[in-house]
Design a protein around this ligand. Structure first.
Ligand code: MG
Length: 258
């Protein structure tokens, strides 16, 4: 399997976009994640650290997209996708720290499959939606739960700095056409707490992309968070939180109060 992302070579102090070939254990430098043509000699994957590879113009979240999560919140299954915005400033990469904002009350993790947009889209049909998707990544839709309930509108609770870890890289759609088989797991301090397959989403990945594109123009690098399954819970200082998509890899972040 091949992945695209951004990498750091500590010895050479070099940051570059790369195509990671897991079978060869090599990372080939490429022009960008959107033009993954090889531009130079590969590096051994073990010498590199993954970095944040996406800079979205916007992050769109989908609420209540798994029946198990709807049930855990005693909520009702939506007739249409519930969409909300998360500030692009909330984004962080692998190994970056999640900061607990002072006075924000309970802060929860939500492991999710992130959908990364490849080309500008407006009003795309469900049938053609995946042609405009670059691929999938692990994401954590961190939420200040008490503020979410208090405000009614979700923007504040979802948008604090560091509230959107993503990565470690993107699995291109071309590498994994059967998106329904993606499987998501979340671990808190190495204990498994969430599990779901993309096939159990209420609204499928192509449906979500089509639905959002009928509302707003999506640009390359924009991210849609496709919703979280049951098992969400609070984060405390020094917790280690890992979101794993079996076919991709593991996004690890630790929690800090500063
Ligand atoms: Mg969510």
């Amino acid at each position: 399997m091949k992945y695209i992302g951004k990498f750091y070579h500590p010895r050479k102090k070099l940051r570059f976009y790369g195509l990671y070939d897991r079978d060869e254990n090599l990372v080939y430098p490429v022009e960008s994640i959107f033009y993954p043509n090889k531009t130079g000699d590969p590096y051994n994957f073990n010498q590199l650290h993954p970095l944040l590879c996406i800079q979205p113009s916007k992050i769109i979240g989908i609420g209540k997209n798994y029946r198990s999560h709807v049930k855990e919140f005693n909520s009702s299954v939506p007739e249409e996708p519930v969409i909300f915005m998360k500030s692009p400033n909330s984004i962080i990469g692998p190994e970056d720290k999640i900061l607990l904002p002072e006075g924000a009350g309970q802060v929860d993790f939500e492991g999710e499959i992130g959908i990364v947009i490849k080309k500008e889209i407006e009003n795309i049909s469900e049938e053609n939606a995946l042609d405009y998707v670059l691929g999938y990544t692990c994401a954590n839709d961190i939420t200040a739960r008490e503020l979410q309930k208090k405000d009614g509108q979700w923007s504040r609770s979802k948008s604090f700095r560091t509230f959107c870890p993503v990565g470690p890289w993107v699995l291109p759609v071309s590498e994994f056409p059967n998106y329904k088989n993606l499987s998501l797991k979340t671990y808190v301090n190495d204990k498994p707490v969430q599990f779901a397959k993309a096939s159990s989403m209420i609204f499928s990945i192509p449906y979500i992309v089509s639905f959002v594109s009928k509302v707003m123009t999506l640009y390359p690098g924009d991210i849609i968070l496709s919703g979280t399954p049951a098992g969400v819970g609070p984060l405390k200082r020094n917790y280690k939180i890992a979101v794993e998509i079996e076919e991709i890899g593991t996004l690890i972040n630790r929690v800090s109060s500063k």
